[in-house]
Write a protein that binds this ligand. Structure first.
Ligand SMILES: Nc1nc2c(ncn2[C@@H]2O[C@H](COP(=O)(O)OP(=O)(O)OP(=O)(O)O)[C@@H](O)[C@H]2O)c(=O)[nH]1
Ligand SMILES: [Mg+2]
Length: 414
């Protein structure tokens, strides 16, 4: 048999009827099954990781470059969550297919490709409605998740502190609840009568109610956490120490910067969402007017990402309040990232959606050690007020301290 170079099937050469009649089909089938078994076991060896097929949809008005950038970020998210991206499939459609996001033919291609490459998980680069996820899973025969689920999974893996775990659980349940409800609604849409009664719906109802109860309890705990953090902040404000929150896209280098400025020991890594819990440290800078040493409080916290899932924003409100309640913000941007401009835009969008408007912001471009002179010039021209640093190489930190002092001076006096 000749294996086709790009496919998995093989075509047997023509054989005469005589030979065919005499062929022992049972032993042929047994032989093939033994071969499949061997391959299956071989593929199983490193199956601890999810083996992922990514799917991206380019709708009208979306640039191809944007889709690529998004898919690249999604691949990083999947890897951070512990998965391995085997392949990416894309489709162009004027708008998403209401039932399956991508068209019928593409669904078939996804199923075929997943089988060929041995994927066990399909990840879509957009949020799926409960019905869409269910339809896709039925047609593809594999687990199908969306970007939000990947982000929630990373948060769940990262959560260390009680507060972190609490907020992540709340975000996950808030995400799941409408999906459970969606399943119930779909069932009732099928109409009542034979086949629709029985324990199924009742069990779902019970499950839904118990999730709702747990959500209410967690909401109360988050409220308590919010109140506790507010008391801590009040105490700090009482001491009249100005506070600055370090914000920015995930992986921009916020924690690295806090560490080099204040000798903190916050975990840093080339990973998305390395930090979940806020850390506050005291930093001494020369006062903008008197040049006397001035203490400020610098808080490092969770990073942002474009389209931060709403359930996370709600659940992390106690943490995000550290940002909105600070006197001023230090917005750190990874200038070595190919789409740093989009990152600035995403962070500004998230900040603008916060219930309390944050204070004045100092834009700081980080990782200049990794940046070519052209990019540096472009950023300097576009953002003449910004500060340019390398946190890891300790470049530009004196200027940053001075500018921080000016920032808090301005923030406190207005
Ligand atoms: N080349 C270079 N790498 C840097 C610099 N600053 C930070 N990094 C690296 O960037 C990666 C992310 O740094 P973190 O400090 O963890 O970033 P973060 O903004 O706190 O990220 P999250 O907590 O995940 O949102 C790490 O691998 C750092 O070593 C820098 O100035 N230059
Ligand atoms: Mg961090």
């Amino acid at each position: 048999m000749i294996p086709h170079p790009e496919t998995t099937w093989t075509v047997s050469p023509p054989i005469s009827l005589d030979v065919l009649v005499n062929q022992d089909f049972f032993s042929l089938v047994e032989g093939l099954e033994a071969e499949f078994q061997r391959e299956f076991v071989a593929q199983q060896v490193d199956r601890d990781q999810d083996r992922v097929l990514l799917v991206g949809l380019q709708t009208d008005g979306v640039l191809q470059q944007h889709l690529w950038d998004r898919l690249e970020e999604l691949a990083r998210l999947v890897e951070t969550a512990g998965g391995e991206v085997l392949q990416t499939l894309k489709q162009r459609r004027p708008r998403p297919h209401p039932q399956t996001v991508v068209g019928e033919g593409k669904v078939e291609e996804i199923a075929r490709t997943a089988q060929t490459i041995g994927a066990n998980l399909i990840v879509f680069d957009r949020d799926l409605s409960p019905a869409q996820a269910r339809n896709l899973e039925t047609q593809i025969g594999l687990r199908v998740v969306d970007r939000t689920e990947v982000i929630l999974d990373i948060f769940a893996q990262r959560a260390q502190s009680g507060a972190g775990k609490l907020q992540v659980e709340l975000a996950q349940l808030e995400y799941q609840l409408p999906r459970l409800a969606g399943r119930g609604q779909a069932m009732s849409r099928l109409g009542g009568g034979i086949g629709t009664r029985g324990p199924g719906e009742t069990k779902l109802e019970t499950e839904r109610r118990s999730i709702q109860r747990r959500i209410s309890r967690l909401q109360q705990e988050v409220n308590q956490l919010q109140a506790h953090r507010a008391r801590l902040r009040q105490r700090r404000q009482h001491e009249e120490v100005p506070s600055v929150a370090v914000v920015g896209y995930t992986n921009a280098g916020k924690s690295t910067l806090l560490n080099v400025l204040t000798n903190a020991e916050v975990y840093t890594a080339d990973q998305l969402f390395a930090t979940l819990d806020p850390t506050t440290r005291r930093l001494v800078v020369p006062d903008a007017v008197t040049q006397e040493p001035l203490s400020i409080l610098l808080t490092d916290t969770v990073g942002f990402i474009h389209n931060l899932p709403p359930s996370l924003i709600d659940a992390f409100r106690a943490t995000l309040e550290e940002v909105t309640e600070a006197n001023a913000l230090l917005h750190v941007v990874d200038l070595s990232h190919p789409v740093w401009q989009n990152h600035i835009h995403s962070v500004k969008t998230i900040l603008s959606q916060m219930p309390i408007a944050p204070g004045p912001t100092l834009l700081t471009f980080n990782k200049i050690d990794q940046v070519d002179s052209e990019t540096l010039k472009l950023a300097q021209e576009e953002y003449p007020q910004a500060v340019f640093i390398s946190a890891s190489d300790r470049l530009g930190l004196e200027t940053l301290r001075r500018r921080l002092a000016q920032l808090v001076h301005y923030a406190v006096s207005c």
